[in-house]
Ligand binder design. Structure first.
Ligand code: SF4
Length: 154
């Protein structure tokens, strides 16, 4: 997996203070996409074990308490990203106490493959669906267009 940006302290993408990762790779090609540069899987930088360690350390950093981890992109549920994302969310569960995981995807919850569901089974909130320009609404929280749904899973 490649990634574009990692913010160790972020108050924009999800509730509270968070760590946020924007991964590379998206097949959805939504007109009006806010993050077109992330579409190519090989754009950005390689997501290394050192980056994974850094995220775990930041989530456990008691000097700035993080509420959780936000995963966006690109699409964290792109089939090529699943093994790296699954490994990361499993580590968050195993090594970080009481952190929530939010994930943004262009896929819809009902259409997810078994492999994508393995990741979704380990997260707290899924914001799903493509961005639809005609349904864009700046007053929405955590989503860009009204077709997208904030699923509070657990
Ligand atoms: S799913 Fe998100 S990143 Fe992918 S094309 Fe649509 S708006 Fe862009």
């Amino acid at each position: 997996m490649n990634y574009h940006q990692y913010y160790p302290v972020d108050v924009i993408n999800g509730p509270g203070t968070r760590c946020t990762l924007f991964v590379s790779g998206c097949v959805h090609q939504c007109p009006g996409c806010y993050n077109k540069s992330t579409w190519r899987l090989n754009s950005g930088k390689p997501f290394t074990i050192q980056m994974e360690d850094q995220i775990i350390a930041d989530l456990n950093d008691t000097r700035i308490r993080r509420q959780g981890l936000s995963l966006s992109g690109g699409d964290p549920l792109h089939p090529e990203n699943l093994s790296a994302i699954l490994s990361l969310v499993k580590r968050v569960h195993a090594e970080c106490d009481n952190k929530d995981i939010w994930l943004w995807t262009g896929y819809e919850l009902a259409e997810l493959s078994n492999e994508q569901r393995e990741v979704v089974d380990l997260i707290n909130v899924l914001i799903d669906g493509k961005f639809v320009q005609g349904l864009k609404d700046p007053s929405l929280i955590w989503r860009g267009s009204s077709n997208q749904i904030v699923h509070k899973l657990r």
